[in-house]
Every structure is written in structure tokens, then in C-alpha cells.
Ligand binder design. Structure first.
Ligand SMILES: Cc1cn([C@H]2C[C@H](O)[C@@H](COP(=O)(O)OP(=O)(O)OP(=O)(O)O)O2)c(=O)[nH]c1=O
Length: 198
């Protein structure tokens, strides 16, 4: 039986996988997130793969899961904001429009020499529509919420983040950072021996 490793420092990803009773360890990746691809779906798969393969290099006999989330708005990819000011600009931009959240997931398997013996990547897209956001709401969120470690400068799961979202189309958990439903379907299909829940 392979050890299962989540190559992520995201507390949300860990919590979502624990929530379904999946058994795994966490070893965060320190890979530089510099994508070479340009479309959102390619970028999230590339970065998910990068995180998983970086951890895989030192982990023999393992099954490693990497993941990456970005927001795409009017053709532009929005990652995490660099400053609170940038978080405000991003939220103003997302106000009264629809954006898409992409999360890529990568499965990487290693043998006893930590050589990669197989991998599989996929992504999920969720459409999110924000209502019109006032300056005060944005200021309050950037002050009291948690915009800095989130793609698109918001967390749909944050207490105050709830006031932004008018409509969502697709998997809610994909917006939070991990498409649990798709993940488990892919696992059952490609690695049924690992699709066990406690
Ligand atoms: C849009 C949105 C993003 N996010 C988060 C999910 C991701 O954790 C984060 C995007 O950053 P990522 O680079 O995908 O992940 P991370 O840096 O948190 O963790 P790691 O690279 O170690 O796996 O944004 C939310 O929590 N809620 C939201 O509504």
C-alpha cells in the first residue's frame, strides 16, 4: 500500500480531505509557482503537477496529490494579492461581474527509488457571480476577512465573503480550493485501490 501525501500547505485542502474520511499525510511543496503555460486550465494543471512532482522527488513508494487554484476574470489570471491595496482593486474589479475559479489536481505515483511511475492531472471550473460591492464592504472585508492567501482576494467560505456571492455554478468546494467530488471520482476511476474512506 502506498503512503498518500497531500503536497499542500493549504489548511482548507487538508480539512476538505479529512472531512470525507480520507487518510493521508501532509508535506507542503516549496516549488516556485512560475507557470510556463497561458490558459487557466493549463496553468492550474501545470502548477498542481509542479507541486506534486517536487514533493515526489524525495518520497519513494508514495501517491502524491498536488493542487492549485486561480481566478480568471475577463481573460486575465488573478492569483493571490501582493498587498491589501491590490486586494481592494481586485475585489472592485470582481464587483457585479462573473469570474471563473479553476482548481487543478495532480496525482503522482513513485516507486521505491522515488522515480515517477505514473501521473494524472485534471481541473474543475466553477463560475461565480458577485453582486455590486460598495467601497465600505470591500474595506471591511480587506480589514477583517482573509484576502491575502486567496486567489482573487476573497474566500467564499469566510464569514464576510458570504456577502459577495450572488450566484455560483459548479462545485462550491472547487472555489474553496479542492474539487472533492471530481477528486473522488477520478481516484475511483484511476486508482480504485486508494479510494477508501475511514
Ligand atoms: C477563490 C478562493 C480561493 N481560496 C484559496 C484556495 C487556495 O488555498 C488559495 C490559492 O492558492 P494556491 O496556490 O492554490 O494554494 P496555497 O498556496 O493555499 O497552498 P499550496 O500551494 O501549498 O497547495 O486560494 C479560498 O480559500 N477560497 C476562495 O473562495
Amino acid at each position: 500500500m502506498h503512503r498518500i501525501i497531500l503536497a499542500s500547505k493549504s489548511p482548507r485542502r487538508k480539512k476538505l480531505l479529512e472531512q470525507i474520511g480520507f487518510t493521508f499525510e501532509v508535506i507542503p511543496s516549496h516549488a516556485e509557482e512560475n507557470p510556463t503555460k497561458s490558459t487557466p486550465e493549463e496553468v492550474v494543471c501545470e502548477l498542481a503537477e509542479l507541486k506534486a512532482t517536487e514533493v515526489a522527488a524525495s518520497q519513494p513508494g508514495c501517491f502524491i496529490i498536488g493542487s492549485d487554484t486561480i481566478v480568471e476574470h475577463e481573460g486575465e489570471i488573478l492569483g493571490k494579492p501582493a498587498t491589501p491595496e491590490e486586494a481592494k482593486t481586485t475585489l472592485k474589479r470582481l464587483s457585479e461581474t462573473t469570474h471563473r475559479v479553476y482548481t487543478g489536481v495532480s496525482f503522482v505515483k513513485t516507486d521505491k527509488n522515488a522515480e515517477i511511475t505514473g501521473y494524472h492531472s485534471f481541473y474543475e471550473q466553477t463560475k461565480v457571480t458577485f453582486s455590486a460591492l460598495g467601497e465600505e464592504e470591500i474595506d471591511a472585508y480587506v480589514k477583517k476577512g482573509h484576502p491575502m492567501d486567496k486567489a482573487g482576494a476573497y474566500g467564499i467560505q469566510d464569514d464576510l465573503g458570504a456577502i459577495f456571492v450572488e450566484k455560483i455554478e459548479g462545485d462550491y468546494y472547487n472555489v474553496v480550493g479542492f474539487p472533492i467530488n471530481r477528486f473522488f471520482r477520478e481516484l475511483k476511476h484511476f486508482y480504485p485501490e486508494l479510494a477508501t474512506l475511514s
